[in-house]
Design a protein around this ligand. Structure first.
Ligand code: AMP
Ligand code: ZN
Length: 114
């Protein structure tokens, strides 16, 4: 828990959000500024600042984040047509919130990355 971190404050319940899924390790919320009809964020409860901080100890956690995102793609009804998982890491990737999170995007053609 980092008291200056907006996602930690969401996880603790201090800040309200639209929680779609939660278990012991992760929670998933709806993005407040959606870039697609489905735009969820899947985040670990632990305050890990970025993807660059993921090491051998977090291998299982990262796999779990992806697994939860895949299950949510199914429950959101976007699994068949296709979806995108994005992790922004650092300044030039546009990471705004320094708490590891995975974007689940879908529900429209997403175009090529570039
Ligand atoms: P990133 O740019 O990868 O760090 O993504 C941060 C994401 O968090 C953005 O898509 C924001 O719209 C989203 N976001 C910021 N504050 C909140 C919030 N309080 N509830 C839900 N999503 C948020
Ligand atoms: Zn945090």
């Amino acid at each position: 828990m980092n008291k200056d971190c907006i996602f930690c404050r969401i996880i603790s319940g201090e800040i309200q959000s639209d929680i779609i899924y939660q278990d012991e390790e992760v929670i998933a919320i709806r993005d407040i500024n959606p870039q697609a009809p489905t735009h969820l964020l899947v985040l670990p409860r632990a305050h890990i600042p970025s993807l660059a901080d993921v090491g051998a100890d977090q291998e299982q956690l990262l796999g779990h984040l992806v697994h939860v995102a895949n299950e949510l793609a199914k429950s959101e009804g976007i699994a068949e047509k296709g979806y995108r998982l994005v992790i922004n890491c650092g300044l030039e990737a546009g990471q705004e919130v320094p708490h590891l999170h995975l974007h689940l995007l879908g529900g429209r053609p997403l175009g090529k990355l570039g």
